[in-house]
Design a protein around this ligand. Structure first.
Ligand code: ADP
Ligand code: MG
Length: 246
């Protein structure tokens, strides 16, 4: 249901994604692994169009776009596709001057033009889902990193995206706080949320991802069921990388 075809992303002369072809099935959870600088964040940012690909095509559900070097993707089409995605960042990136409830409700009110009552109702449900119903009035600075990330997950889910993109969602957290975030992501996985998760955390990856993609210098070296890719990778390069994570 999410299909990237021949996606290229260049920054100047530097090719960061080199003709990436990959699909993510509805309801699947995919771990995106690979060395730093390999293009994981750029790939996620190209799926939610925080970065516009240099060329290639992207389809999410019914919506699709083609990109051409020097071509300008229409703003409306980009917005439409972007709305199919939700993004969770390594450093949470909550609005610091809004409480948890307003962080979650924000896009519903300003982008989707929901009435406040309805947006707050939905935000409350989502905060409860991530175990933070009692923190609706809390400011981000008063929350632990794990709690902030759970608010960020609730915020990303608010507009009911077709896919949740997570860029190293546990990397900024110490193990105890990371595990409460993993627990929330695991619950979402059980409920059938489509997710693509860039991570160095093999425990996170192997607990919740059925699929894995190994990306290095902008090229997909290997992809397949995570169990096989983590325990019996076909490529030597993948093998060497996996052994550094263990
Ligand atoms: P990863 O997330 O796997 O660590 P990134 O996608 O962040 O990899 O980066 C891939 C490459 O793209 C790196 O060489 C990085 O320096 C480069 N890069 C990422 N974003 C930009 C940018 N906005 N401008 C120029 N180069 C960038
Ligand atoms: Mg990254």
């Amino acid at each position: 249901m999410i299909e990237l075809k021949q996606i290229v992303k260049k920054f100047g002369e530097h090719t960061v994604l080199d003709h990436v072809d990959v699909t993510f099935a509805e309801g699947s959870v995919t771990a995106l692994i690979g060395p730093s600088g390999g293009g994981k964040s750029t790939l996620l940012r190209c799926i939610n169009l925080l970065e516009i690909p240099t060329s290639g095509s992207l389809r999410i559900g019914e919506e699709s776009l083609e990109f051409h070097p020097g071509g300008k993707a229409g703003w409306k089409a980009v917005q439409k596709l972007r709305r199919q995605t939700g993004m969770v960042f390594q450093n949470f990136q909550l609005f610091p001057h809004r409480n948890a409830m307003d962080n979650v409700a924000e896009s519903l009110i300003t982008v989707l033009k929901w009435p406040k009552d309805r947006a707050h109702q939905r935000a409350r449900e989502l905060l409860e889902k991530v175990g933070l119903g009692h923190k609706a009035d809390a400011w981000p600075s008063t929350l632990s990193g794990g709690q902030q990330q759970r608010v960020a997950i609730a915020r990303a889910l608010a507009p009911s995206p077709k896919v949740l993109l997570c860029d190293e969602p546990t990397s900024a957290l110490d193990p105890e706080l990371a595990s409460e975030v993993v627990e929330v992501l695991a619950q979402l996985a059980r409920e059938g949320t489509t997710m693509v998760i860039a991570t160095h955390d093999l425990r996170l990856a192997s607990t919740i991802a059925q699929e894995a993609v190994f990306l290095e210098v902008g090229v997909i070296v290997e992809k397949g069921p995570s169990r096989e890719l983590f325990t019996a990778p076909q490529r030597q390069r993948t093998q060497r990388f996996i052994s550094t994570l263990l």
